[in-house]
Design a protein around this ligand. Sequence first.
Ligand code: XBP
Ligand code: MG
Length: 275
Amino acid sequence: MTEPPALEALVWDVDGTLADTERDGHRVAFNRAFRDAGGPFAAWDWDEARYGDLLAVAGGPERVLHHWRAIDAAGAAAADAPARVAAVHALKTAHYVALVRGGAVALRPGVRRLIADARAAGLRLAIATTTTPANVEALLRHTLGPASPGWFACIAAAEADEPKKPAPDVYRRVLRTLGLPAEACVAFEDSAAGTEAAAGAGIATLVTRNAYTVAHRLPPVMADLDGLGEPACDARGRAVSPAGLVDWRGIVGLEDVRSWHRQWWQRATAAPDAA
Ligand code: XBP
Ligand code: MG
């Protein structure tokens, strides 16, 4: 068995992982944009359940087009449809940024603590997200402070022509930018698509499920939890151990992340008959 690589970087998903942004942030922003845009969008109003279904489609513009095709295939196929989608999504991003700046979205428990501990320990930080760059900037600045975007060695957000999660492209872009092998990183994700993207890039993943992703079927992960936990509020779930995934409860600290990362790679590199 080869010695597992040292952990050098934490790679964070944004929506649903750093913060529960979808229900009270993105969904509200979309609905406000639909009202502003009028025309074919004037009567649209995504409730929590419909938005939860639409989260299966990565990317806001893609989500709008998917819904439009479902309710009016001819309208969605019109020559001006792409421009209308782009325009309503630009309105949505403006509303989302305003909502974040207005305090509509808070970091999930434990995120601020773990990021601070990782920085103090000299680990590098990165972001791998499907969302629009302006959304990441607004969330980081409003929740972690104006200097916080500079804490991240790489902020990989939605880029034209790059396949979105569950494609691994955004995580591979982070690895290239960091100049690190996948084995030296841990990804933090909330969803099946995000975890598949990280796994596709070969990165061990710690999942913190949320209300929208509680029932997602995941590929193998190093930890499958309901959060990172904080004093008086333990995280619960399962985490890797020499015996495989076992029940775990507590407050996720950097040493837990390091231990799970080490055990994940020990199991991954163990000779098959030793497993
Ligand atoms: C979540 C997404 C994004 C957001 C909406 O990204 O899929 O599409 O829901 O943001 P992740 P946009 O979990 O990878 O952070 O409207 O800017 O796409
Ligand atoms: Mg996510």
